[in-house]
Design a protein around this ligand. Structure first.
Ligand SMILES: O=C(Nc1ccccc1)[C@H](C1CCCCC1)n1c(-c2ccc(Cl)cc2)nc2cc(F)c(F)cc21
Length: 233
């Protein structure tokens, strides 16, 4: 049985990623707001566009802390952010949803999201993804590293220097693999299952524009940033 050892450099890398990850706190506020009050479909839509817009800014800050990201070609930096923003938002939503809350709160949160205005057809695939994330019982390190790995996906549209992105993603994958082995010793396939969630995440984000434009109300207004990132309007 191979002895898995996390090197000093890998510990330092994980610390940087987790600290950057901890700095983005918005989603907790969303959950708190949703638990406080029942909002109309219009208010929920507004809350989503505001939260998603600030989430993009938060993801930019998080990504800038990833060692080496700022030395990538500038157009590639934009391509990586644009290509991963929606996935990062759904991944973050799933992680917020998977947080254990005082008894009954998770049920209320699910109810409020089901009734928020999202079209019926998207509710099942979205919650299937959220529940598959819950089932993994991811640690904070795994959540932070998985988010960084999602952003550093070399095969996003318009990325020119794939190699340079792979060179940044590889060390993250290496340390995530080791963290998984150390934190889930009884589940040798845990790392593979974790990466498998990224495939499910991509199918969910495939519907993202339609999820917004089919929100059960008329006249959907988006911020300029969301029009850029969410392929809407
Ligand atoms: O804001 C949100 N997610 C967010 C998270 C992180 C950062 C930015 C945004 C929205 C809410 C949903 C209910 C109405 C108000 C917005 N949200 C979503 C969600 C996102 C996009 C689409 Cl198209 C559909 C649903 N899934 C969630 C799970 C949670 F536990 C949850 F708490 C909030 C969630």
């Amino acid at each position: 049985k191979e002895k898995v050892e996390i090197t000093k450099e890998q510990k330092a890398l994980t610390k940087v990623i987790v600290e950057a990850y901890n700095r983005h706190q918005i989603p907790q506020d969303v959950a708190k707001k949703l638990l406080q009050d029942q909002y109309s479909v219009e208010e929920n839509f507004l809350l989503l566009t505001e939260m998603a817009t600030s989430q993009v800014q938060v993801i930019v800050e998080f990504t800038k802390s990833i060692p080496g990201f700022l030395s990538l070609d500038h157009e590639d930096q934009i391509a990586l952010l644009k290509g991963s923003a929606v996935e990062a938002m759904f991944l973050r939503s799933a992680q917020v949803f998977s947080k254990k809350m005082p008894n009954g709160h998770n049920g209320i949160l699910e109810e409020r999201i089901r009734k928020s205005g999202i079209s019926e057809e998207f509710i099942t695939p979205m919650f299937n993804f959220y529940k598959s994330i819950i089932g993994l019982h991811m640690s904070l390190e795994e959540q932070a590293l998985l988010t960084a790995i999602t952003i550093l996906t070399p095969d996003r549209p318009y990325v020119k220097d794939h190699q340079a992105v792979e060179k940044l993603q590889e060390p993250m994958l290496d340390v995530l693999r080791k963290v998984c082995v150390l934190q889930h010793p009884q589940e040798p396939q845990y790392f593979a299952r974790l990466l498998g969630r990224l495939t499910e995440l991509r199918t969910l984000t495939h519907y993202h524009a339609e999820m917004l434009t089919s929100w059960r109300m008329n006249d959907h207004k988006f911020t300029p940033l969301l029009c850029e990132i969410w392929d809407v309007q």
